[in-house]
Design a protein around this ligand. Structure first.
Ligand SMILES: [Zn+2]
Length: 413
């Protein structure tokens, strides 16, 4: 992940460096949860017991149960095939329902987090240059950078990474490559060893069916819990979100490929240079709740200390809620995807309904991958007035309001 600290125009370090290819014997030759060429399917689950077609006794493979997934709504077409692995890695497909050429590969969300709540997409796949010459995402927005070949799923702060957030297999498949042992350290930290050739950091690649594969990068050192040759089911934990390789904030970089070609899981099949169209490859519960926004707030709150980018990123500010005697009373917001000409304003109203504090940020001269603002006052009296405080953060661009958020807190006795 690259934020704005990098000068424009530098050749991008790709995060999809080739992980060492390992060829191990298959160590867990049991079941793949299914690959789903399906849609318009609103089944809760389909459970099938499959006696292996080969000579392997069923009892040797307790997991020869194909759990078919799950609440895939809002997609067109119909289920045509259900594929699963039996025995020693053989892929078996059965026909289900009417055949369809509209085969769709479905991905589950690859991080144990709630999109828009406890994690956010920082960067989408680069779809080429916009008219202004900048990289553009699948909606022709700025939530990407040049040559970015995957989706960056960012945690709220470093404390979340320390607490541990699982990376999950996005679909069933076989692990083909793995790297672990790279330190978790921001590329902005002094003394960070060179990441050339190891941009992905700790990671792995999973091969699925029909030429689909997924690559997971920047995992926490020592967390990769699968080995080349392992079969995984969709949703299986495979590691933890970390800070290894070419990254400055904890996040998962997920690259999806089909027959070696980069695919944007938010816009599969979108025509070149279009700003709409394409399909979400995400499973229904993700697809249903997903909403693309140009700008997004990832942290907000009140603090009893001065808010800084450092204590927001470390998570320390979250533990410093104001009380009657706190040295400061501050409201803060960190947003991503802010754009050139955005004007921001943040204010607090006190218990008496009057303006307690306010701060404006002049029009931005460039797009900002992330930005934080705060406003507040230092305690110069015996204590803060009791009651409810309300903060409002708003962004406007050329006179039009493009984002607003209000949040509150209470100071008790
Ligand atoms: Zn990335």
């Amino acid at each position: 992940m690259r934020l704005l600290q990098f000068p424009r125009g530098l050749p991008e370090a790709l995060e999809d460096d080739v992980l060492p290819l390992n060829r191990h014997r298959l160590s867990k030759p049991w079941l793949l949860a299914p690959y789903f060429p399906l849609s318009e399917l609103s089944v809760a689950s389909v459970i099938m017991m499959a006696d292996s077609a080969n000579s392997t006794p069923l009892e040797s493979y307790p997991a020869i149960v194909v759990r078919a997934a799950l609440d895939v709504r809002g997609l067109s077409g119909s289920l045509s095939r259900l594929c699963f692995a039996v025995g020693v890695g053989l892929l078996t497909c059965i026909s289900v329902g009417s055949a369809s050429s509209d085969v769709l590969f479905v991905l589950d969300w690859p991080v144990a987090c709630d999109l828009g709540q406890t994690c956010f997409v920082q960067n989408y796949v680069d779809h080429g240059q916009s008219q202004s010459g900048e990289a553009k995402d699948f909606r022709c927005g700025s939530r990407t950078y040049a040559n970015h070949d995957g989706t960056d799923i960012r945690l709220t702060d470093a404390q979340a990474e320390t607490d541990g957030v699982a990376v999950l297999a996005a679909a069933a498949g076989r692990v083909t490559r793995k790297r672990d042992g790279v330190d978790d350290i921001s590329i902005r930290s002094p003394g960070q060893p060179p990441v050339a050739g190891k941009e992905c950091g700790n990671g792995l690649v999973i091969d699925h069916t029909d030429g689909w594969s997924t690559q997971y990068c920047h995992l926490k050192k020592g967390s990769v819990s699968v080995e080349p040759g392992d079969f995984v089911r969709s949703g299986d934990p495979i590691g933890k979100v970390g800070l290894s390789g070419n990254t400055e904030v904890p996040h998962l970089h997920l690259t999806v490929r089909h027959k070696g070609i980069i695919v944007d899981p938010f816009a599969y099949g979108q025509p070149t240079n279009a700003c709409s169209g394409g399909r979400l490859l995400w499973i229904g519960r993700v697809a249903d709740s997903f909403q693309y926004t140009e700008r997004e707030i990832i942290n907000f709150g009140f603090a009893g200390v001065v808010a800084t980018m450092e204590n927001i990123e470390s998570g320390a500010v979250r533990k410093q809620t104001p009380n009657r005697k706190s040295s400061e009373l501050v409201a803060y917001v960190r947003a991503i995807g802010l754009q050139k000409s955005d004007e921001q304003f943040i204010s607090i109203r006190g218990p008496d309904g009057q303006l307690f504090s306010g701060s404006g940020i002049p029009s931005l001269s460039t797009n900002k991958a992330e930005f934080f603002v705060s406003t507040g006052r230092r305690l110069t009296r015996p204590d803060w007035p009791q009651g409810s405080y309300e903060a409002t953060y708003s962004v406007s661009n050329n006179g039009a309001q493009v984002l607003i958020k209000t949040f509150g807190m209470k100071i008790d006795q």
